[in-house]
Design a protein around this ligand. Structure first.
Ligand SMILES: Nc1ncnc2c1ncn2[C@@H]1O[C@H](COP(=O)(O)OP(=O)(O)OP(=O)(O)O)[C@@H](O)[C@H]1O
Ligand SMILES: [Mg+2]
Length: 325
């Protein structure tokens, strides 16, 4: 199911609408959205704006009132819903593990439904539990109630990845985890996605998380109306309006610096061992932090000397750098 050139399949929403019975207004009103194959799109928007409803229409846990959904060009509304759902990984907002199945059985459920042989399904389960930092020997045979909320959520992520689906819908998948676990999960997930290139819709309340994980971010208003849909760098540099700016917060420049690395800034002269040292791949935000901490306006990377002025220029802030002198 679903034509793909990469690991993922393109998703297209056209005038997608959901009117729940007895409600004055549609929960989702005429959404148009194209998600390229292999990209992760973060949905950000206030509680009740229609994020979950939009997602649930894609795997048809909620039937659209009108509109179109295509995945890899195929008309989703013409496919059998059960079959469809086996090819879409889904991490639901409330975790939703089966309480009477062990952790291993929960993760292995879809591969089993898809008819994978047992050794293959079991090996996959072990790999995925290890990936989400749950030691398989310790957790595989436990039941969901014997895990913390954050651990259950990680099992939910492993379960969604189990059958290697081209499309993943993830509804605040890391919401119940502490900041350290969350950062670990984000980093592991980014590494994984680099290889897998699945098409992912990822709901988060955390704009930093959207910036870190998203190839693009869709900032949503009520009824899933799209306020802006663009790359994190473009949204940070040019928020469409005050509504979008309110999600970014006051430190847009620092957030932009966090998205770029020292390798993107032209250097001045060869590496200087007398200056504070940054490694290849260090973010500009970290480089700036290092300069401030050392009371200097330069640092050195393996490529050469990096100045505060060059750093500002790289994000189009030459005038700020000059004006600060
Ligand atoms: N089954 C339903 N029947 C009636 N109204 C519903 C139903 N499900 C959701 N809604 C309403 O549709 C709107 C969108 O809900 P949805 O769950 O999509 O929001 P959300 O953006 O995911 O919010 P949150 O961030 O709180 O999870 C809300 O006003 C909600 O009350
Ligand atoms: Mg929701």
């Amino acid at each position: 199911m679903f034509e793909t050139d990469t690991g993922g399949a393109q998703i297209q929403l056209r005038a997608l609408t959901k009117q729940f019975p007895g409600q004055a207004e549609p929960a989702v009103d005429s959404v148009d959205l194209d998600i390229p194959a292999g990209e992760l799109v973060a949905f950000v928007g206030p509680s009740g704006c229609g994020k979950t409803t939009t997602m649930k229409m894609i795997n048809r846990l909620v039937e659209p009132t009108s509109g179109e959904i295509r995945i890899g060009g195929e008309d989703v509304l013409a496919l059998p819903p059960d079959e469809l759902r086996r090819h879409i990984g889904y991490v639901i907002q409330q975790i939703g593990l089966f309480p009477h199945l062990t952790i291993g059985e929960n993760v292995g459920l879809v591969p089993k439904l898809l008819g994978w042989d047992r050794p293959k399904a079991e090996a996959r389960t072990e790999d995925l539990l290890a990936l989400v930092n749950l030691e398989p020997g310790e957790y595989r045979d436990r039941y969901p109630r014997q895990l913390s909320g954050g651990q259950q959520q990680r099992v939910g992520v492993a379960r969604a990845l189990a059958a290697d689906p081209p499309v993943m819908l993830m509804d605040e998948p890391f919401g119940a985890t502490d900041p350290i676990t969350r950062e670990h999960l984000q980093n592991e997930f980014l590494k994984l996605q680099k290889d897998l290139r699945k098409t992912i819709i990822f709901v988060t309340h955390d704009f930093e998380e959207a910036i870190k994980l998203g190839d693009r971010i869709a900032v949503l208003r009520n009824q899933s109306h799209i306020a802006q849909y663009d790359t994190p760098a473009n949204i940070l540099a040019n928020p469409a309006d005050d509504y979008v700016a309110s999600f970014i917060g006051a430190d847009a420049t620092l957030k932009r610096l966090a998205l770029m690395t020292v390798d993107e800034v032209p250097t001045e002269g060869p590496p200087d061992p007398a200056l504070p040292q940054v490694e290849t791949g260090t973010s500009l935000r970290e480089a700036l932090d290092l300069m401030v901490a050392n009371g200097t306006d330069r640092c050195s990377s393996p490529a050469g000397v990096l100045s505060y002025t060059a750093l500002c220029a790289s994000i189009g802030r030459e005038e700020v750098a000059a004006g600060d002198r």
